[in-house]
Design a protein around this ligand. Structure first.
Ligand code: HEM
Length: 489
């Protein structure tokens, strides 16, 4: 009797397993059926490796896809994440169609968010359609050059704390861990501009540690892959976008500041104030104020810190570039009577080129994501990108393609001496959904670099492993140590 139960049970398992296998094999023929060139997938992870054991960053996978498709002379191709088909355009004209010309078919990013359990996760970064358009229209005025200029003094105050630390390292001849130091500065900037508080992360690490924990937990590879591949199941399982404990801490902090400002009628020149003014005028509600402050952190914390870290690494590695930049910085500041003003920063053209080149080699967001919202036929073909198909634009592939950037592994700021940036250069995205905070981010990076370069000279500490383990995105930050020397007061 028991033996027949076991046989029955095993038969059921074998049948279910065979059916699953047949389904998986069929699902992985999607691109072949659509006559789209594709890269061979395997079961069960598609064109990716096991996310639990392989930590390769998404940007690198797509760089590889780009190179394989280009080698085969294709303009686009298909890959799979598990069984979900992903369209990968590798021709600049198709990228332009998706991001710009046919934006109405591709306005969604398809990012995971869970509004029911975490209302602040429905932000400009994640929502789509009309809701996104309205929010973007409301928020655009808070990111103009004029508004950012009013926050310049806050950034300078935060940079002074960074300078103190640079000075201490130079005097005590202690190597500086740049990644850690600049993330403390970006924490202070977020604290003062978005949360309206002075954090001084070099001495008090509370906000810094909270933001760090969120950043690290959010880059959990498996959770990310799972939530992007199966967002509805993730919502059903009530998986939050951000770790709840840390999020509650920063919301508490924010609410205290909002209450304080409202009660005491305190007015400040910061991003939070712009949002509170909009709330007063009935343009947004308190939940939206919270969501945008959190968004400021989500979109601006790691992106800015990573750009600053890699710029300093390249400056330390390329002594000549460092010397030339120092010459410019010192000359421009002298022209402005020794004061680092907003206008002085805007005059530093070589500094801008150094940042452009850093963002080419190390774009902090190395793939752009879109979701097709309406069937779309690729011009001059009969290939249809179907509604709901995910699209990943392999930014790193373009940025390292010698056809567009000669000697792509070399750090050559001069390649950006032309005013017009090539259309294969995408560090801030392209089209209506491009980065809204680009000016703010760049200004912060510029001030950070100036803090290092104005009075100091720096080189890589002997412990830095060279060549630098290839940049691999948010979670895997390389440890960059700098030896700093004071050369002028
Ligand atoms: C060097 C620093 C930064 C880099 C490299 C960067 C890069 C990007 C990229 C690649 C995107 C996606 C664009 C697309 O899909 O076409 C993006 C979107 C966005 N970024 Fe940035 N970013 C930076 C700093 C910031 C800062 C400081 C903020 C805010 C304070 C910010 C706010 C946003 C927002 C809100 C979006 C979504 C815009 C939308 O969907 O309408 N970013 N950023």
């Amino acid at each position: 009797m028991l033996a027949s139960y076991i046989t029955y049970f095993i038969t059921i398992i074998v049948i279910l397993f065979s059916l699953l296998l047949i389904y998986l094999k069929w699902a992985l023929t999607y691109w072949r059926r659509k006559r789209v060139p594709y890269l061979n997938p395997t079961i069960p992870f598609g064109n990716f490796s096991n996310p639990l054991t392989n930590k390769t960053s998404i940007g690198f996978y797509y760089k590889r896809f780009y190179e394989e498709l280009k080698l085969r002379g294709k303009e686009f191709g298909g890959v799979y994440s598990f069984t979900a088909p992903i369209f990968v355009p590798i021709h600049p004209d198709i990228v332009k169609l998706i991001l710009l010309q046919e934006f109405s078919n591709f306005h969604d990013r398809g990012f995971y968010y869970n509004e029911k359990d975490q209302p602040v996760s429905a932000s400009l970064l994640t929502v789509a359609g009309d809701r996104w358009r309205k929010l973007r229209t409301k928020l655009t005025p808070t990111f103009t050059s004029a508004k950012i200029k009013t926050m310049f003094h806050l950034m300078i105050t935060c940079a002074k704390m960074l300078e103190q630390q640079i000075n201490e390292c130079a005097r005590s001849k202690t190597p500086m861990n740049v990644g850690d130091s600049v993330r403390r500065m970006t924490t202070d900037v977020i604290g003062s501009c978005a949360f309206g508080i002075e954090t001084n992360s070099y001495k008090v690490g509370t906000l810094y540690r909270t933001l760090e924990n969120i950043a690290v937990k959010m880059t959990n590879h498996f959770k990310q892959t799972f939530c992007i591949a199966l967002p509805n199941l993730a919502r059903f399982l009530r998986i939050p976008q951000m770790p709840s404990e840390e999020l509650n801490l920063i919301l508490e902090l924010l609410n205290e500041t909002i209450e304080f400002r409202t009660e005491k009628k305190v007015i400040k020149n910061d991003f939070l104030q712009l949002l509170l003014d909009m709330k007063k005028d009935g343009v947004i509600d308190v939940n939206e104020v919270q969501a945008q402050c959190v968004l400021f952190f989500l979109a601006g914390y790691e992106t800015t810190a990573s750009t600053l870290t890699f710029a300093l690494y390249e400056l330390a590695y390329n002594e000549n570039v460092q010397k030339q930049l120092k010459k410019e910085v010192v000359a421009v500041i002298a022209k402005h009577d020794g004061v680092l003003t907003y206008e002085a920063v805007q005059e530093m053209k070589y500094l801008q080129m150094v940042i452009d080149e850093t963002l080419r080699k190390y774009p902090p967001i190395a793939t752009l994501k879109r979701k097709c919202t309406k069937d779309f036929t690729i011009p001059n073909t009969n290939i249809v990108i179907e509604k709901n198909t995910a699209i990943f634009i392999p930014m790193l592939g373009f940025h390292y393609d010698p056809e567009y950037f000669s000697n792509p592994d070399k750090f050559i700021p001069e390649r950006f001496s032309e005013e017009n940036l090539p259309n294969t250069y995408l560090p801030f995205g392209l089209g209506p959904r491009n980065c809204i905070g680009d000016r703010f981010g760049k200004l912060q990076v510029k001030i950070g670099i100036i803090s290092f370069i104005r009075n100091y000279k720096f080189k890589l500490n002997h412990q830095v492993q060279l060549p630098l383990p290839y940049f691999s995105g948010f979670a895997d930050r390389p440890n960059i140590l700098l030896d700093i020397e004071l050369i002028a007061e």
